[in-house]
Design a protein around this ligand. Structure first.
Ligand code: CO
Ligand code: CO
Length: 313
């Protein structure tokens, strides 16, 4: 049984569910939680909250309320750790002007934290992850490599400067880039998270009549990531992402193999991938930069041929 007010739900790989309340108002709903990827509890709380809010921004919505989801090993961990995680989350909810309305916690062997988020959107202004048109150009708003860097943090192999840079990016809300994007003819958008740039890129072109071309030299990457790959700091998710999507990817000659690891690297709290009408891309990029999202870059374009594929050149 389908509900006509459900504009997008579980059947598509959308960032969030959208439910129409009236001709001018729809709910955007999403939930995300995960295990710590950094050592500091407050920072982890911030990153988890930013990551959870991101799916609402990716659809062009405004997050309104959130609920905490907590799994906490209270027998082996001090409650002050949980307090700091929640304070970190609250800090980002305040920044996003989101009201915490409740939550639920359970005792668990492994610590996990995240949010369920409800936002609002005009039902005619939802930006889906499909709908990109040939001639669109692609803007990516954050550098890649957080999965590789998190793996290095766990192995205690990460350079302090590299970690600081990745944390700054992961704890940065996608709100400003999303706000800018709403002033342009954006045909599709998604945020880059667990499936990596290529995995989420595939969702944009799969079963459509367009394809994607990515210019590998234009793609922003955190400093030090290549060195970490050379040291073997590639998370298992990178290989799973590659195995799942490799049939849709064409790697041009001259694109080094290590770079494919970066493109498949599962991201935490990654940036937005925005398909904007080609002649507006430079202007959008300029505005995004002005809004403080300084590492955003034009990384490729949407093409008619080959449809349903991504060419990395
Ligand atoms: Co998403
Ligand atoms: Co999500």
């Amino acid at each position: 049984m389908s509900d006509p007010n459900l504009l997008t739900g579980m059947e598509k790989a959308e960032d969030a569910g959208v439910y129409k309340l009236s001709d001018t108002l729809a709910l955007v709903q999403t939930v995300d939680f995960f295990t710590p990827i950094v050592d500091d509890p407050f920072t982890f709380g911030q990153i988890a909250a930013v990551n959870s809010l991101s799916d609402v921004y990716a659809m062009g919505g405004k997050p309104l309320t959130a609920m905490n989801i907590v799994c906490f090993p209270s027998k082996i961990m001090d409650m002050s750790i949980l307090r700091d995680i929640l304070l970190g989350g609250l800090d980002k909810m305040r920044e996003a002007k989101v009201t915490l309305v409740g939550g639920h916690s359970i005792d668990d062997k492994e610590l996990k934290y995240g949010l369920s988020v409800t936002g609002l959107i005009h039902p005619d202004r939802v930006i889906y992850n499909t709908g990109a048109k040939a001639g669109d150009r692609l803007v990516l708003t954050k550098p890649l490599g957080t999965g590789i860097i998190s793996t290095a943090i766990k192995a205690e192999m990460a350079d302090e400067a590299v970690v600081v840079e990745a944390i700054r990016s992961m704890s940065c809300l996608n709100d400003r880039a999303a706000e800018v994007m709403m002033d342009f003819h954006v045909h599709a958008c998604t945020d880059i998270t667990g499936f990596g740039l290529l995995g989420h890129g595939c969702e944009m072109v799969q079963d459509t009549d367009v394809g994607m071309v990515l210019d590998h030299q234009a793609i922003p990457v955190f400093h030090g990531v290549k060195d970490l790959i050379d040291m073997g700091m590639v998370p298992g998710g990178t290989y799973r992402n590659r195995d799942y999507r490799i049939a849709m990817i064409e790697q041009a000659k001259g694109v080094p193999d290590y770079f494919m690891h970066i493109l498949f690297d599962p991201q935490t709290s990654g940036g937005l991938l925005i398909a904007v009408q080609g002649d507006e891309a430079e202007k959008l990029l300029e505005k995004v930069h002005k809004a403080g999202v300084t590492e955003a870059a034009i990384v490729g374009e949407i093409v008619a041929e080959p449809a349903g594929k991504i060419v990395v050149r």
